[in-house]
Design a protein around this ligand. Structure first.
Ligand SMILES: Cc1cc2nc3c(=O)[nH]c(=O)nc-3n(C[C@H](O)[C@H](O)[C@H](O)COP(=O)(O)OP(=O)(O)OC[C@H]3O[C@@H](n4cnc5c(N)ncnc54)[C@H](O)[C@@H]3O)c2cc1C
Length: 357
């Protein structure tokens, strides 16, 4: 285990911004991960686990502690009865490569989660998901290092408190566990999950014959909406969707009425009124930002993507983390001013003025 000094984090996150880490280590094994945590503790350093950096944004300032870059590799396939297969992957495996490998082996269960950047270890943290599939659907267990008790523990699915982009690892127990490996249950006898109009169009109205075909459909659709993260820096959806009550929703309609076109207001109402559960309204933040005219809105080198206002991009490739922060702040302030909604940032913001928003 080699501790390096003053390592730039810019190219280790998909947003492509950020300063340096004072201390940095590449952890090639689970043991390296644990040793690094112990090293940080012995040297009274704060520390931070970094996977693929697709949900993390570091500030331009020096990160004073130790960044532990997880690169532990290894995949095992364990056949079960009834065509089920347990896939056990180390935390440092690239998620999208694992999806491809499983699809090529004709294993169903994660093909709709194609073209999502990041590493396996982060999968249970946010209960990653897309196109009707999420980690929780296939999750059997994970091994994690408990930094409070200094021991390796195993979590079964029911222990994890999975919800929409939610788990115990990003809520009640945030920061306590470092995921070392994940076990997923896939199925040789599966079939296409979900029937989305864009997928149907890609497949010409036919069912996907195998998971690889579904993967190709999903990847192609996703990359037609947003370029590959290596070509255009981003951290995926930048703000969480808004959950409000009827009063909050109606107040937003009244407020928007005076500021946006009748056509956009109709679009806003039509979509929002489709996502009502009891008294709870789920407002798609991307739509709100779009009707408020934020698509293409730019601050320094950062901008909201022209065709999907929920995605913040490093438009010039030269954006500073400060641009990201200022753009986010401006949008949060304008949305709050107009609608009263408080937008929450999705990626982990590290080292900013209001750390860990
Ligand atoms: C273009 C794009 C599209 C995206 N699309 C989707 C999507 O469709 N669905 C979706 O759910 N997400 C999506 N995301 C978000 C992101 O890809 C996922 O959250 C991904 O799982 C993050 O993995 P990572 O390894 O890059 O995490 P990182 O950014 O490295 O880390 C994220 C957080 O998890 C912690 N962490 C990382 N590894 C571990 C570990 N082993 N143990 C404990 N904590 C750990 C980090 O400390 C950090 O707090 C997208 C992102 C981008 C850029």
């Amino acid at each position: 285990m080699k501790i390096q000094q003053q390592v730039s984090l810019k190219n280790l996150t998909t947003m492509g911004v950020g300063g340096k880490a004072q201390h940095f280590v590449v952890a090639h094994t689970s043991k390296d991960i644990i040793d690094a945590i112990l090293y940080a503790r012995q040297n009274q350093l704060s520390w931070r686990v970094l996977g693929g950096g697709s949900n993390s944004i570091f500030s331009d300032n020096l990160y004073q502690g130790l960044v532990i870059h997880v690169q532990s590799k290894g995949i095992e396939f364990k056949p079960q009865t009834g065509g089920k297969v347990h896939v056990i992957a180390e935390a440092g495996e690239v998620w999208d490569d694992l999806v491809e490998t499983c699809c090529r082996k004709k294993l169903w269960g994660i093909e709709n989660m194609s073209a999502i950047p990041g590493l396996v270890g982060a999968l249970p943290i946010e209960n990653v998901g897309a196109y009707g599939q999420e980690c929780a659907d296939v999750f059997v267990s994970c091994q994690a290092y408990d930094v409070e008790e200094d021991k390796i523990v195993t979590f079964l699915k029911d222990d994890c408190d999975f919800g929409y982009r939610h788990s115990r690892f990003n809520s009640t127990d945030a920061g306590r566990y470092v995921v070392l490996s994940v076990c997923l249950e896939l199925d040789e006898n599966g079939s296409q999950c979900g029937h989305y109009p864009d997928v149907e169009a890609y497949l010409g109205g036919q069912e996907a014959q195998d998971p690889l075909e579904m993967r190709q459909a999903i990847s192609s659709i996703r990359f037609s909406k947003l370029p590959h993260w290596d070509d255009l820096g981003s951290a995926g959806s930048f703000f969480k969707n808004i959950i409000t009550d009827k009063q909050g929703y109606l107040a937003s309609v009244t407020a928007l009425e005076k500021h946006i076109s009748a056509e956009n207001l109709e679009r806003y109402k039509n979509v929002c009124e489709r996502f009502v559960l009891g008294d709870s309204y789920k407002i798609p933040t991307g739509l709100l930002l779009d009707v408020m005219g934020f698509a293409g809105y730019q601050v320094g080198g950062a901008a909201m993507y022209e065709t999907q206002a929920l995605i913040m991009v490093n438009k010039t490739g030269q954006a500073k983390a400060e641009d990201i922060y200022n753009l986010a702040l401006q949008i949060q302030q304008k949305v709050k001013q107009l609608t009263g909604f408080e937008l929450k940032i999705e990626p982990h913001m590290i080292g900013f003025k209001e750390d860990e928003k």
